[in-house]
Write a protein of this length. Structure first.
Length: 354
């Protein structure tokens, strides 16, 4: 079997590619909208045919790439019937089988984080893909989307922990860089759900987590209830750079690409002068045009050359790309993460402080 564990740094989401080596039929578990181009490229390079995209649940922290991949590659979408999503090709119940070539996954209903959570178990029980029901030394929260702590406790203890101890557990997220655990490990060491923990202890723990809601929740949940179908049709993919298209309709370029192509594009920084010359510094060669003056100074820029827009975090520059698009610029992209990500990845700046 072909297996790849893929990662989206923005939401710390793991996407899993599984394929039957003989038939080349493949499936993706929990694809991310912004990473659909990456996933499609990998599938093409490996000579695979994407048969299914599977969702472990209706996500609140990112938008699924299921709809976009169906448009690109002709794959079909499968999600738990209990999740309430529209637009899927198959609504799954417990103990069903999803085939890809000579291999298959079995569905386990593991609600609690949300009402429609599913765990997918490989046919030989060597691996399980648990979404947010069981994380590495943790679990998903239970305070929204019909979550219920008692239900989650029983889902993990009665269903996931009934799998062989050797079964590897691949979670939907990890925020520390960990990639895989096992049923046996989590029985022993999971501080929330280990075998020594009682149901009442778990419920009390989860009731008092006090976490803020995910930042993308208001946009992600409605979008995922439509299997990731955007309100507006996605634009034609540009060819001047390996851009990603966000669910908000913004083309973005990653810092590492810009760092390698600084002399090939126009760079416009839309912060205020004090920020441009402040502690974060600015991208070498960037031209300062504050967002409030962009419309009146747009004539300073060349429509024939690619243009990357920069700000502190990527928010103001995203707005600037929309303004430039309306002004007739068709080769424009936002710098993903802005100067904060540029500095975090330790790329060269002009000015600034350590």
């Amino acid at each position: 079997m072909i297996f790849r564990q893929l990662f989206d740094p923005q939401s710390s989401t793991y996407t899993y590619l599984l394929a039957d080596e003989a038939t080349r039929e493949a499936l993706l578990i929990d694809p991310v909208f912004e990473q659909a181009r990456r996933d499609a490229a990998l599938i093409d390079e490996l000579g695979l045919k994407l048969k299914w995209t599977l969702e472990t649940h209706v996500h609140a922290d990112h938008v699924t790439g299921a709809w976009l991949l169906r448009e690109k590659l002709g794959s079909r979408i499968a999600i738990s019937k209990a999740g309430g999503a529209d637009g899927a090709d198959r609504l799954l119940l417990a103990n069903e089988r999803i085939e890809f070539g000579k291999r298959q996954l079995q569905t386990l209903a593991t609600p609690g984080h949300t009402s429609g959570c599913m765990t997918y178990v490989l046919d030989d029980q060597s691996a399980a893909f648990t979404g947010d029901a069981l994380l590495i030394r943790g679990c998903g929260r239970t305070d929204f989307q019909q979550g219920d702590a008692r239900t989650l406790f029983r889902s993990v203890r009665e269903r996931i922990f009934s799998l062989p101890d050797r079964c590897l557990v691949y979670p939907g997220h990890d925020y520390r860089g960990l990639t895989v655990t096992s049923v046996g490990e989590e029985k022993l060491y999971n501080p929330r759900l280990g075998e020594a923990v009682g149901e009442g202890d778990f419920v009390g723990y989860m009731t008092h987590l006090g976490l803020p809601h995910p930042k993308q929740m208001e946009a992600a949940v409605p979008a995922n209830l439509k299997c990731g179908k955007p309100i507006h049709q996605t634009a034609q993919e540009p060819e001047w750079a390996p851009l990603t298209y966000t669910f908000a309709g913004i083309w973005e370029v990653q810092p590492h690409w810009l760092e390698e192509h600084l002399r090939e594009v126009q760079i416009v920084d839309v912060r205020e002068p004090a920020e441009f010359n402040g502690p974060l510094g600015h991208v070498p060669g960037a031209q300062l045009i504050p967002l409030g003056t962009l419309n009146e100074k747009v004539s300073l820029l060349k429509k024939s050359e690619p243009l990357v827009v920069v700000c502190r975090s990527g928010a103001r520059s995203a707005q600037a790309t929309v303004l430039l698009g309306k002004a007739g610029f068709d080769k424009v992209a936002n710098l993903s993460g802005g100067m904060l990500r540029w500095r975090a990845q330790r790329f060269t700046v002009d000015g600034g402080t350590e």
